[in-house]
Every structure is written in C-alpha cells, then in structure tokens.
Design a protein around this ligand. Structure first.
Ligand code: GLU
Length: 306
C-alpha cells in the first residue's frame, strides 16, 4: 500500500465535506481560517512523515492542548490530586457547557476534556508564575512534536482573552467551590495561552506518535510516563471528540482529540500518529471533513483499535 496515494485519495474524496460545515467564529481570530482547507500528516513508526493537502497551514491547538496540560498536571501532582479536582466521565454536553457544574453532586467538572475540567487541570500546573508554567508546557509540546519553534500565536491569544467570558464565568465558579486553589486569572491566562499555541499537521502527527508509542518522543527519548500516556489516550477515546466521542469511536475507532480550530490529533497505538486540519466544523465542533477523512483512513489501513 502506497501511503502517499492513500492520503491524497482521502483528501480528494473528502474535501467536499468542507462546504457542509462552518468555521468557528466565537473566537473572532479563528473566523479568519480558510473553510476549504483540508490537510493531513501521518508519522509512521520509524518517524517518517507523509503529508497531503493543505498540511502547511498553521493553526492553534485549542482543545488539543487539554491533553498536554493533563499530562503535565499528572506529572506534577499525581493521579490522586488531579482526580480530586476533575472526574473521569464523559458528559454528553457541549465542551463549553456550564450546566452540570451546579446541578451535579459532588461538583468537580466531569472530565479534563471539557473546558471547565481543563481549566481546573491547568490551574494545577506547577511554576512560579504564568510565564514559567507556559514555558514548561511548551517544553513538553516541543519535545512531543520534535519542533523547538513551537510558540503561542499572540493574536489568537488576545482574541480569546478578550472574548472568553464563558470560560471566565466557569473559572470563577470553580474557585468559589474550591476546585481552583490558586489565582483564577492566572489559571485563565495560562488556559488561553495553551489554546493559542500554534502548530502544523506535521507537529500533530509527531505528537500523536509520541502518544502511540506510550510516551517515547520522535528522537527516541522518554517524554511521558507510559502510564500517563495510556491514561491520556483513554480520555481521547471516551471524551476526545466532544459529545460525538461515541459516534467517532464507532466510525473511526482511533484515540483522538479535536480542537475548534478544526484540528484533530490521532494516536494509533503501536503504529502511527496522525494530524489533521480542516477548519470547517460540524454542529458538535469537530472538523467535518477531518472526521470523514479519518474514517476513510481507518477503513483503508485498518486502524481501528476495536
Ligand atoms: N479555546 C477554546 C475555548 O476555550 C477551546 C475549545 C475547543 O477547542 O474545544 O473555548
């Protein structure tokens, strides 16, 4: 099987879906993305990168960063502390939903992949100030992607900070009920910055491979504790594709995490990492063409873990 051909065909077959969705607009800077773009990169077990489509288009990590902040928070605090602040269950609600924070008892956010849970997790990252915490997060992401150039897109960060009122509301609520211990504004600032980290499909594919190898980076060094890499992939299966995670598990069957930039990080255990960009989103916030493309790749290359 020629992987170049498989990827090129998948781009050709699925580009039509781009016109069926919409680019995210609630973060104004994201509305500038090209709705017709579709790109994919695959990083094979031996570290080889194969790309097709618009894979040089840079974009921001958005919710995909939640995987990285979870890894760092677990490394810093251990499981017991992290899971005293956030649960392990899928919600069935949209990623930015606020409703269960007050109606459920006990009250911690249901999982680290929804915004409330992710902000709680981000507040656990250690460092003397936001700059140091961000630098630690960037160090992890750069190592996973084997790319020292990765940095924050400051325009997207500013856009998000200026409009992120729903996230701000959730964070203050979490402070009120004792889930966030430190400074709320610092947790929010780091959260907005992590969401605005700029990458490409190639970076995502290498990050996916790092998770697929249970934490061994592109250069062969151990970057993530294997138990934490396993846990991150498990959350990707149960909650990684918003409230479409069940359908995605059936249609595609690969641990994956999406972001509202239209990006998807996928990790096929013991085989490969995949990065996808397609800014046009379906109703649940996943890249509409990206999900169809992954469905085709999964079928063609028999990638489902189930
Ligand atoms: N920065 C986005 C937000 O907090 C992330 C959401 C996402 O990608 O799902 O709204």
């Amino acid at each position: 099987m020629n992987l170049h051909d498989v990827l090129n065909r998948a781009i050709e077959n699925n580009r039509k879906w781009c016109s069926k969705g919409n680019v995210a607009t609630y973060i104004p800077e994201l509305s500038k993305a090209n709705p017709c773009a579709l790109g994919v990169s695959l990083c094979t077990w031996d570290g080889k990168i194969i790309t097709a489509g618009d894979c040089d288009t840079p974009f921001t990590l958005q919710s995909i960063s939640k995987i990285c902040s979870l890894i760092l928070a677990l490394q810093d605090n251990g499981r017991e502390k992290v899971f005293s602040k956030v649960g392990m269950e899928p919600t069935g609600d949209p990623f930015n939903s606020i409703v269960k924070l007050e109606t459920l008892e006990p009250s911690p956010p249901l999982n680290p992949m929804i915004n409330a849970g992710a902000i709680a997790v981000t507040s656990l990252i250690k460092g003397s100030d936001v700059d140091e915490r961000l630098e630690r997060l960037l160090t992890l992401i750069r190592a996973m992607a084997d790319n020292n150039q990765i940095d924050v897109d400051w325009e997207v960060y500013t856009s998000e900070r200026e409009t992120g009122n729903r996230n701000r509301a959730m964070a203050y609520f979490l402070k009120d009920i004792g889930i966030i211990d430190g400074q709320v504004e610092e947790a929010l600032d780091l959260y907005f910055k992590q969401c605005a980290i700029k990458i490409t499909c190639q970076d995502l594919a290498r990050m996916g491979l790092t998770l697929a190898t249970q934490g061994i980076g592109p250069c062969g060094e151990i970057i993530i504790d294997p138990a934490i890499a396993k846990l991150a992939k498990t959350f990707m299966v149960t909650c990684g594709m918003y409230n479409a995670s069940g359908e995605f598990a059936i249609r595609v069957g690969i641990p994956a995490k999406s972001g509202v930039s239209g990006s998807i990080l996928a990790a096929v255990p013991h085989r490969m990492g995949i990065g996808v960009i397609g800014p046009s989103l379906d109703k649940k916030g996943n890249s509409i063409a990206g999900v169809h493309l992954l469905e085709e790749l999964s079928r063609e290359m028999k990638l489902s873990i189930f």
